[in-house]
Ligand binder design. Structure first.
Ligand code: SF4
Length: 364
């Protein structure tokens, strides 16, 4: 395994712990709404979507009401790769992205002619925040012999410096492909996913040291105890989790792959190590299965929300209606940055199409 030297760590890689520089927001407290109030609000939003030729694209980690509204109004609920693809296939002139900022930026990069709105532009991601474009560019410049592969959870500026953009659905086959061509990889920003891909493919990878504040909190020791209490449960793990959690998994995969597993595996119970927002879609597809959240840190935790992303939680029915009423909170990307950033994204989408990966609606 290639890792950065201590000097590089100080000079180029983000601070050893994300929380030293990244402000993790408190979990937003939206005023509670009754079922009737929610239904009324959803009805108003549905009418605004039609009036504005807009479609809702929501990530699996967002609130259940947003996910159901997306499906009820002809929108889409998916992981970030499928969100990007749906956005480009939809005839709507406005995309309303419920998720975090890099998802809105990706939608805008591949759909420059469309208006892209988000309920809250401050909804970011610790991986994106922990990989600033200037230090990342310097890091790449110091390693010109490596193919630069970045995870989708990065800013438009970082994508513009990359050769490939990947999501967790497609990271393994892309790096395997590069490895077979004899290419060495510079990987950013998630160190756990990078290490997992490195172990699985045997590729020569230089890893940026970013992490997700949600997945990093899943704990191996407590998971081991929980598994003993539920011997029939299958353990499903997102590869942004630490090695000691990944090593106990019956299946490691992207959000889409984990949802599919709940539907297809025969186990009656599942212990799930990813954001709990995913349970809505899992329940929808496999209502008889029991879902158990994998244990998080408790004492010593750095993510105050514990198994729920504090930035994803910034998306709510209330600010979704606001953005449709005001038209504010629109994503804009410098055209020069967009021109460069679209190339590695398009490379990923072409690769996915050629290899039949993450085909639309593969969770059904
Ligand atoms: S769950 Fe982690 S990787 Fe996903 S948006 Fe939140 S901070 Fe980023």
């Amino acid at each position: 395994m290639s890792t950065v030297s201590p000097q590089q760590l100080t000079e180029y890689v983000d601070e050893p712990r994300a929380e030293r520089r990244i402000q993790v927001p408190k979990h937003p407290q939206w005023p509670p709404l009754s079922r009737a109030q929610k239904d009324e609000l959803k009805g108003r939003i549905a009418r605004l979507l039609v009036a504005q030729d807009a479609v809702l694209v929501a990530h699996y980690y967002t609130d259940a009401d947003l996910q159901s509204l997306a499906e009820e109004t002809g929108g889409f609920v998916a992981d970030s790769l499928e969100m990007a693809r749906f956005g480009s296939e939809s005839p709507a002139s406005t995309l309303v992205v419920c998720g975090v900022r890099f998802m809105g930026e990706t939608a805008k990069i591949i759909n420059p002619e469309k208006r892209v709105l988000m309920p809250d532009l401050a909804a970011t991601c610790s991986l994106d925040e922990g990989c600033p474009a200037d230090t990342f560019t310097a890091f790449c410049d110091r390693n010109p012999d490596r193919t630069v592969v970045v995870y989708a959870n990065t800013s438009a500026d970082v994508k513009a410096r990359a050769d490939w953009v990947v999501t967790s659905s497609i990271a393994l086959p892309v790096v395997q492909h590069l490895h077979e061509r004899g290419e060495k990889v510079l990987w950013a920003p998630d160190k756990y996913l990078g290490h997992y891909v490195e172990r699985m493919t045997g590729a020569d990878m230089l890893l940026w040291q970013g992490s997700c504040v949600v997945h990093e909190e899943f704990k191996g020791f407590a998971l081991n105890r929980l598994r003993r209490l539920h011997p029939d449960a299958a353990v499903l793990v997102h590869p942004e989790s630490p090695d000691e959690v990944v090593d106990q998994a019956d299946l490691v995969g992207s959000t889409t792959q984990l949802i599919k597993a709940v539907n297809e595996m025969p186990n009656p119970e599942f212990i799930v190590a990813t954001d709990e927002g995913i349970f809505w879609k899992m329940h929808q597809l496999a209502p008889r299965k029991t879902l158990i959240a994998a244990p998080t840190a408790g004492v010593g935790a750095t993510c105050e929300s514990c198994a729920h992303c504090p930035w994803m939680a910034m998306n709510a029915l209330q600010n979704l209606e606001q953005v449709l009423l005001t038209g504010g909170r629109e994503i804009h990307i410098d055209p020069k940055v967009r021109e460069r950033a679209v190339l590695p994204i398009q490379r990923m989408l072409d690769f996915a199409r050629e290899h039949g990966i993450g085909v639309k609606h593969d969770t059904d």
